[in-house]
Design a protein around this ligand. Structure first.
Ligand code: SF4
Length: 378
């Protein structure tokens, strides 16, 4: 068995990609394009083979921060370490020279590329030390920037999770405005080699260790997507997010916030098409046949709440909420009948003994051999 994990993306060694964990590769192009949407310069494209660069990457890391499964990883974020001591922690962008940011500052390629998980992990590690995302007033003039401060979006996205975890707002990370003259801003995000005392080999070695901590071995996706779907989707980023949030909530004596675990309900309107499970990109919803019949099994811990299952159900039989259980639950069990014609197991909608496919074939045959219109009788 070959084990596949992240590999450097061709043409750019700042990004690493793991096809088996990519929701677009697993579920078809429409399954996910968050990385491409997050790219500020539109040089990332998502296809059936995964993510590819079609232009010069700025190395801001927004694509990786947006990836819900962890298929895409950007250099410079996981390597950054909090300083020891009791001082507030300043998080700065790589463009700010180290001499200005200070030796104690945590430096990342771009504050807009910070992932929720990384900030939550730092919050837990920082304890009572305040976290500050430093705004130098450069973002609006940066190619990777936004109209305002690049760190504002992640702070906004973080607040509902901090609130649900019970963290008092006084301890939430905040924006800290410390403007610098725009003339000092470098045009490009400096290279990783100049920013971190860590070679390329060390980066990917470290990455492999991170993955090994949370991942089960997955067979290399040789051949068509069907072969890939036989292995459960690796979700290192999602698992890490749940772990970080669990730790943060525990610091406040609380369990994991219910909104972190989606709950899926099936109504009696379900007609057992199975479209929901086949369109779930993370394998949170799967169908298994066993002695008890056909079962719809749902794992909240694997569900990213994308809503595809709800959207594809023609009967509108699914409802997505929050407050699921960490363990896999059985949502629905139906008895199977063996088709009298082809022998395949199927779910009877009434008391029929012929499967829908055989019934359809019968109907087709009957229509082909039925007598034509009686011309003489016209
Ligand atoms: S919302 Fe539905 S389709 Fe999306 S991950 Fe959860 S179970 Fe799968």
């Amino acid at each position: 068995m070959t084990i596949e994990t992240h590999r450097p993306l061709p043409a750019d060694r700042h990004l690493a990609f793991w096809p088996a964990a990519c929701l677009a590769v697993r579920g078809g192009v429409a399954a996910c394009d968050r990385c491409a949407n997050a790219c500020p310069v539109g040089v990332l494209k998502v296809g059936a083979d995964g993510t590819a660069l079609v232009g010069d990457c700025l190395h801001c890391g927004r694509c990786a921060a947006a990836c819900p499964s962890g298929a895409l990883v950007a250099k410079g974020f996981d390597e950054a370490r909090l300083p020891s001591g009791n001082l507030p922690v300043a998080i700065e962008c790589w463009k700010v020279p180290r001499e200005i940011a200070g030796e104690q500052a945590v430096r990342v390629p771009c504050l807009g590329g910070l992932a929720l998980t990384r900030l939550i992990e730092w919050l837990v590690e920082a304890g009572s030390r305040p976290l500050r995302l430093v705004d130098r007033g450069w973002c609006a003039n940066c190619a990777a920037g936004t109209d305002g401060f690049a760190g504002a979006a992640i702070l906004a996205a973080l607040s509902p999770w901090l609130s649900a975890s019970g963290l008092p707002p006084a301890h939430w990370p905040k924006q800290s405005e410390k403007p610098l003259p725009k003339a000092l801003m470098p045009r490009e995000i400096p290279s990783a080699e100049r920013q971190i005392a860590m070679g390329r080999r060390a980066f990917f070695g470290r990455l492999a260790k991170e993955i090994a901590r949370s991942e089960r071995p997955v067979e290399a996706p040789a051949g068509p997507r069907a072969a890939l779907r036989r292995t459960r989707c690796p979700l290192p980023a999602h698992e890490r997010f749940l772990a970080a949030l669990t730790q943060l909530a525990a610091t406040q004596g609380r369990p994991l916030p219910p909104r972190a675990l989606p709950r899926l309900e099936v109504s009696p309107a379900c007609r057992d098409h199975g479209l929901c499970a086949s369109s779930c990109p993370t394998d949170a919803l799967v169908i298994r046949d066993g002695e008890k019949g056909r079962q719809w099994r749902f794992s909240s811990a694997r569900c990213t709440g994308c809503g595809r299952c709800v959207a594809v159900c023609p009967e509108q039989a699914l409802r997505l909420g929050e407050g699921g259980q960490f363990e896999e639950v059985v949502l629905r069990t139906v008895s199977l009948t063996s088709c009298l014609e082809c022998g395949r197991d199927f779910v009877p909608q009434a008391a029929e003994h012929i499967c829908p496919q055989c019934l359809a074939q019968r109907a087709l045959a009957q229509s082909m051999f039925a007598p034509g219109p009686n011309v003489a009788g016209q």
